[in-house]
Design a protein around this ligand. Structure first.
Ligand SMILES: [Zn+2]
Length: 279
């Protein structure tokens, strides 16, 4: 179990958030192997991989601004498809800059055809990256590595063999496989899990005022109550345990059965966590 902080978004990744995440995880009774890893400590190695793809002709400079990308993309879908406007346009990063006066991002050039893989929870997948998102960024215009590249380089360096994450990243897996193949990196298995949504069907996220663990802790919630809530939401309780509210992390870890999680999003309201201990 590797604890890694994807702290490349420097504006948001302050030390205080890392400390508070460490505090929350420890309070819940979770632990991990070795020291936590900061993705920002790998910047040079991730950058080297981006430049390797550029040198091999598998990636190219793109000077499109965010506004231009929206304009030239089809208006439907959450993630617009890149038109390939800058493909073959520039010799290298320097000429992109001198010809346009803009700093360039790097895009990975996607060849057509479906990427096939088997997700351990969602089953066989066939995703045509060229037809859905097209050539995708591996380095942003401000020089920061893009998520898709950073995560495959990190997983390889950390020796990750199994990735468990939200189903909103299922489509990303195909892009990551293309990068793993191009760079000769290890390919972990994936197990995508459903999202936890509020009663209106929206994914629970901090920006939507979902309660943070810190708030729950300060309001008097017990860690065993939160772990018990997770056990219930993810289908881990037997029929004979109906009404059971508390469980330790240790017990849940020992009996957790991933097959019981299912693929349907889970509707939850965190307000019940405080019922027994009103603030
Ligand atoms: Zn472009």
């Amino acid at each position: 179990m590797v604890l890694r902080f994807d702290d490349l978004d420097r504006a948001r990744a302050h030390r205080q958030y890392i400390d508070s995440a460490l505090r929350d995880l420890t309070w819940l009774g979770l632990d991990w192997d070795g020291e936590p890893v900061l993705e920002s400590s790998r910047l040079e190695r991730i950058e080297a991989r981006a430049l390797e793809l550029l040198a091999r002709g598998l990636a190219y400079p793109c000077v499109c601004t965010r506004g231009e990308l929206v304009e030239i993309s089809a208006p439907h879908g959450a993630e617009p498809r890149y038109s390939g406007r800058c493909r073959g346009r520039f010799q290298d990063l320097e000429s992109a800059k001198s010809e346009t006066g803009r700093s360039a991002a790097l895009r990975f050039g996607v060849e057509g055809g479906a990427v096939e893989f088997v997700d351990e929870n969602f089953g066989p997948q066939s995703i045509d990256v060229a037809a859905t998102v097209g050539d995708f960024p591996i380095r942003r215009r401000d020089g920061a590595p893009a998520y898709q590249l950073a995560v495959v380089v990190d997983d390889d360096l950390d020796g990750v063999t199994e990735v468990v994450r939200g189903r909103d990243l299922l489509e990303s897996t195909a892009r990551q496989i293309l990068l793993q193949r191009a760079l000769g990196l290890s390919k972990p298995t994936t197990f995508h899990v459903p999202l936890i949504c509020d009663p209106s069907g929206k994914r629970l996220a901090k920006r939507d005022q979902a309660r943070s663990l810190e708030e729950l802790r300060k309001a008097g919630a017990r860690p065993e109550r939160i772990v018990g809530f997770i056990a219930e939401l993810t289908g881990q309780l037997d029929a004979s345990e109906a009404g059971r509210k508390e469980m330790t992390s240790e017990e849940l870890r020992a009996r957790f059965d991933p097959k019981k999680v299912g693929t349907e999003d889970i509707i939850a309201s965190a307000s019940s966590l405080l019922e027994d201990n009103p603030p």
